[in-house]
Design a protein. Structure first.
Lengths: 116, 111
């Protein structure tokens, strides 16, 4: 049973380009969470999705950032017109139905975005 | 603002010693979880303690929760070099659909 799969693991973009990060949850998990981590800091919540629905996007910047979790395929975190401040590690986590109040989150290894 | 704040920010001990990390939070919680992160890797769940529990054990880990003080502690007994990592507490609150993570404690265990 594969864990949470994120790709790419490392991504380099120039300012103004688009970054697209993908996350495949664990098999049987229908809840996906995206977090951002700056160097030497904790994780900051961005967005929580279930299949085809955004449940909570309170941590997502209003501009340039979007997320989706389609019926088929991985969840995508999209950052348009990247700036240097977007450089960070982006982690995806998944949980089965019931979510975090019933148990743990399972994390992927992260996608490390560097904006030049 | 951070819901959880870990203390200390960094801890260096020798193999075989015990390591204690503390976490304070601000609002009432449903549960509190501890995660471990090795450098450059994702987070791994260690243990979950619910708001109506006071203590929990898992192997060499012992977690306590004091809801009156809004604090939790993680004790790692007989530490090993492989325990070197950052440790984060995370809280689930009310009907919130997310975990809120603290700032982490960086633990270094030397031989």
């Amino acid at each position: 049973n594969a864990g949470v799969m994120q790709n790419p693991r490392h991504l380099v973009r120039r300012r103004g380009q688009e970054a697209r990060l993908r996350c495949s949850p664990m098999k049987g998990h229908s809840h996906v969470y995206w977090y951002r981590q700056l160097p030497e800091e904790g994780l900051k919540f961005m967005v929580y999705l279930q299949k085809e629905n955004i449940i909570d996007e309170s941590g997502m910047p209003k501009e340039r950032f979007s997320a989706e979790f389609p019926k088929e395929g991985p969840s995508i975190l999209r950052i348009q017109q990247v700036v240097r401040g977007d450089s960070a590690a982006y982690f995806c986590a998944s949980s089965p139905a019931g979510g975090i109040n019933t148990g743990e989150l399972f994390f992927g290894e992260g996608s490390r975005l560097t904006v030049l | 603002s951070q819901q959880g704040e870990e203390d200390p920010q960094a801890l260096s001990i020798q193999e075989g010693e015990n390591a204690t990390m503390n976490c304070s939070y601000k609002t009432s919680i449903n549960n509190l979880q501890w995660y471990r992160q090795n450098s450059g890797r994702g987070l791994v769940h260690l243990i979950l303690i619910r708001s109506n529990e006071r203590e929990k054990h898992s192997g060499r880990l012992r977690v306590t929760l004091d809801t009156s003080k809004k604090s939790s502690s993680l004790l790692i007994t007989a530490s090993r070099a492989a325990d070197t990592a950052s440790y984060f507490c995370a809280t689930s609150t009310g009907t919130a659909s997310k975990l809120t993570f603290g700032t982490g404690t960086r633990l270094q265990v030397t031989l």
